[in-house]
Every structure is written in structure tokens, then in C-alpha cells.
Design a protein around this ligand. Structure first.
Ligand SMILES: Nc1nc2c(c(=O)[nH]1)N[C@H]1C(S)=C(S)[C@@H](COP(=O)(O)O)O[C@H]1N2
Ligand SMILES: [Mo]
Length: 412
């Protein structure tokens, strides 16, 4: 056997040890379970930054035209997300000064029996008012972790929230107009302008299949947390489809078409809100016919208390809590780990206040000795599907990253 340089594995081990050491220097303490820390993972404590924006104290601005801002996890601790802590995701330019009094909603399309136009007052008078907590999460939440990077807003974990919405059931309004037998999809049209300001273009025009549209929880909402909808969130009228990509929940809602085909509006086609129907290699080009529309969002969770980066004393136990959600399904269990996923402690998990609302969990952990730790949370849905510990399958636009949320803890 020839003796050249060190063998490949030795060299890898050496660079790994150097990496772990450098990370320890940057953190100012040792990473206790470093031997279990996955290759390629950067400690979460070194990957956080923040920048304030007016009206949304503490949110991180990702883009100002169109406006996009996300919420750091520790500001999402409320059971019902308050207006000042709900992420904003705009594709175009919101209407300048919309008025609730003369706003109308028109129901039309190929498959409507009798098209109608309602004022908001008429909607309130004619249909039963419902109030539901519904989870709204952008399909691109978590995009920042994909490699090679996907274009679009680099959301980390904060494009999600669960306010209480007030409005009417979409199915009651559709029922009032009547649907033809060939109805397959509903499509929304809104009052925001395309970035080019070309009035013939929609900023975004998406929708859902009829089966989702007529669910008890699918809403046309005018209120959020007992107040009129805030302007960022679609004042005076929007759709809310809990558990589905946020992009289905049209804001500044003007028209709903009942369609006899799968809606083909702006951001329904190509790679928009679509993922490959089978796993693909990172960076692959996927033919359009192999891309499917995202429907129910995957199981996911957040650690909203404590805030990442906290200092904690050895020997003392640490209480943790957060939320978990699973699209159309319910979350059936949640566990936390302090050793990069080697062992898990199960959390107490509550039921949702209503279907499609996120659920609350709490747990307690303690740490064997001083140093750097990460707490990871992993939820499992009612069909037994678990969150992946690291980034799931790559897709061209970086959707559906439901990997475990992690926070940094310094034990001293
Ligand atoms: N009219 C209109 N509706 C819209 C959008 C938009 O840009 N215009 N953005 C969509 C997307 S991609 C998401 S994730 C949610 C975000 O809702 P929020 O800004 O109220 O949090 O609204 C959806 N509805
Ligand atoms: Mo979105």
C-alpha cells in the first residue's frame, strides 16, 4: 500500500473537527453534542438577523416593493396572532384607499347558475356570521434554507400566523348563486395592481378546488381578531382557506369565479405554487407537466418560547412552548430534542380551537452540562407523517420546507 497524503475520510474528519472548533469559537462556548450535529448544519445562533419596519414592530422586512415581512418566532407566542405580528406577503401594489361602504363582491364564472353582486352590508345581513381561528402560512415559508437557493422572498420561519377571522362561509355565498354540475374550481380576482401597473394584469389570481371551497371553515372574511381587516391583510374583504398555501387566501377580494376548469390565473401555472410530483435532485429542471399544484400544507411547528439565543443555568429545567399545525390534518404528537435529534422528549399537546387552527404544545427539558445546545421540535400529523429534521426535498421555487424549528440555548 502506498502512503500518500491522509486518506479521504481522515481529511474529512479533520475539516469537520476544524469546523466544529470554529463554530465553538464563534459561539463563545462548546457545542456539547457536536458529534451528533449533522454535516452541513450551521448553528442556528449564528444564522439570525433582524430589522424593524413601521407598523409591524419587530418584523423582519424582506422586500419593500412589494411589501414582504416575516415574524421572528418569539413574537408568535400568542394563541391568536395579533395584527401587528402577522407576516405580510404582497405580490403587487395594494389598493390606495379602499372603502368598505361601497365595496362589492361579484360571483361569476362559467359554472355559476345566477351571478350576483353583494355589498359587504348584504353579506353581513344575508348569511350567518362565523368566527374561526385559521392558520395562514405562505407556501414559500422556509425557502431560505434550500440549496441551491430558490428565487423569491427568503422566508425563514416567520411567514405563518393564526388570527381569528370573522366573516361568512364561502359555501353559503356559492350556494346562494348556485353552481352548475361541471364546477371544478373557484378563482379569485382582487383590487391590488400588478407591479407593472398594467391594469390588464392581475398581481395574483388563484383559487381552490370546489371540495375545499365548500368546507365549513372556508371563509370570506371582513374581520380579524374582532376588528375590521387591517389594510395590509386585505381590507375590506378577503378569502381565508386555513391549512392551504396562503396564496389561496385572496386579499382585497372583488370577484369569485366558479370555474369549469382548474383555474389558470396569475401564479397558478408554471412553477408558481407548484412542486414536482416526484422527488428531484437539487437544482434539477422539472418539466411543467410534472409539477402539481400545492394543496394542504405539510405538518410543521414552531418554538415560540423561549427566544432563540437565551442563556440558561445548568441544573435548572427549561420550560418551552409553541404551536404546531398540519394543513387539513390535525397534529397528533410533538417531541423536542436537545441533542440534534438523537433522543426526544414528548410534549403536552392541545387540540385545535377549531379545525385548521394551530395547536399549542409545551415541554420541559434540562441540560447535562454547560455549553451550546439547540432545542429542536418535531411534530407528527394524524396520518403518522413527521416533520423532517433537516430540509426536505428540493423543488424549483423552494416551497414546503417543513423541517424542524430549532432554537439556540447557552447553558452556563
Ligand atoms: N390580492 C392578493 N391576495 C393575496 C396576496 C396578494 O399579493 N394579493 N398574497 C397571497 C399570499 S402569497 C399570501 S402568503 C397571503 C398572505 O397573507 P397576509 O399578507 O395577510 O399575511 O395572502 C395571499 N393573498
Ligand atoms: Mo404566499
Amino acid at each position: 500500500m502506498k502512503s500518500g497524503g491522509p486518506k479521504q475520510t481522515d481529511r474529512q474528519n479533520l475539516s469537520r473537527r476544524r469546523f466544529v472548533k470554529a463554530m465553538g469559537v464563534a459561539l463563545g462556548t462548546n457545542i456539547i453534542f457536536a458529534h451528533w450535529m449533522p454535516e452541513g448544519l450551521t448553528p442556528v445562533a449564528l444564522a439570525q438577523s433582524n430589522q424593524p419596519i413601521p407598523g409591524k414592530e419587530g418584523l423582519t422586512l424582506l422586500n419593500d416593493r412589494p411589501l414582504n415581512a416575516e415574524t421572528p418566532a418569539h413574537l408568535l407566542n400568542d394563541v391568536f396572532t395579533p395584527a401587528n405580528r402577522l407576516f405580510v406577503r404582497n405580490n403587487g401594489l395594494p389598493p390606495a384607499n379602499p372603502k368598505a361602504d361601497n365595496w362589492t363582491l361579484t360571483i361569476g364564472g362559467e359554472s355559476v347558475q345566477s351571478g350576483k353582486t353583494y355589498t359587504i352590508k348584504e353579506l353581513k345581513q344575508k348569511f350567518e356570521t362565523v368566527e374561526l381561528a385559521l392558520t395562514l402560512e405562505c407556501g414559500g415559508n422556509g425557502r431560505a434554507d434550500y440549496y441551491p437557493p430558490a428565487s423569491g422572498n427568503q422566508w425563514t420561519t416567520g411567514a405563518v400566523g393564526c388570527p381569528k377571522w370573522t366573516g361568512v362561509r364561502l359555501k353559503d355565498v356559492l350556494g346562494d348563486c348556485g353552481m352548475k354540475e361541471d364546477a371544478v374550481y373557484i378563482a379569485y380576482h382582487s383590487a391590488d395592481a400588478h407591479l407593472s401597473q398594467d391594469p390588464s394584469k392581475d398581481a395574483i389570481s388563484r383559487g381552490v378546488p370546489i371540495a375545499k371551497a365548500v368546507e365549513e371553515e372556508s371563509m370570506i372574511a371582513w374581520g380579524m381578531n374582532g376588528e375590521p381587516l387591517p389594510s395590509h391583510h386585505g381590507f375590506p374583504l378577503r378569502l381565508v382557506f386555513g391549512g392551504w398555501p396562503g396564496s389561496t387566501s385572496g386579499k382585497w377580494l372583488k370577484q369569485i369565479d366558479i370555474r369549469n376548469v382548474v383555474h389558470d390565473g396569475t401564479k397558478m401555472t408554471g412553477t408558481s405554487y407548484r412542486v414536482p410530483k416526484y422527488p428531484v435532485k437539487a437544482g434539477a429542471e422539472v418539466p411543467e407537466e410534472d409539477m402539481g399544484i400545492i394543496e394542504s400544507m405539510p405538518v410543521k411547528s414552531l418554538i415560540t418560547f423561549p427566544r432563540s439565543g437565551l442563556k440558561h443555568a445548568t441544573g435548572k429545567s427549561l420550560k418551552l412552548n409553541g404551536h404546531a399545525w398540519a394543513g387539513d390534518l390535525e397534529v397528533s404528537s410533538l417531541a423536542v430534542s436537545i441533542d440534534f435529534g438523537q433522543t426526544w422528549v414528548s410534549a403536552d399537546l392541545g387540540r385545535p380551537v377549531n379545525r385548521h387552527a394551530w395547536q399549542q404544545w409545551s415541554a420541559e427539558v434540562s441540560f447535562p452540562k454547560k455549553g451550546y445546545y439547540e432545542v429542536w421540535a418535531r411534530a407528527v400529523d394524524s396520518e403518522g407523517t413527521s416533520q423532517p429534521m433537516l430540509v426536505p426535498g428540493w423543488n424549483p421555487k423552494g416551497y414546503l420546507n417543513n423541517s424542524c424549528h430549532r432554537i439556540a440555548v447557552y447553558v452556563s
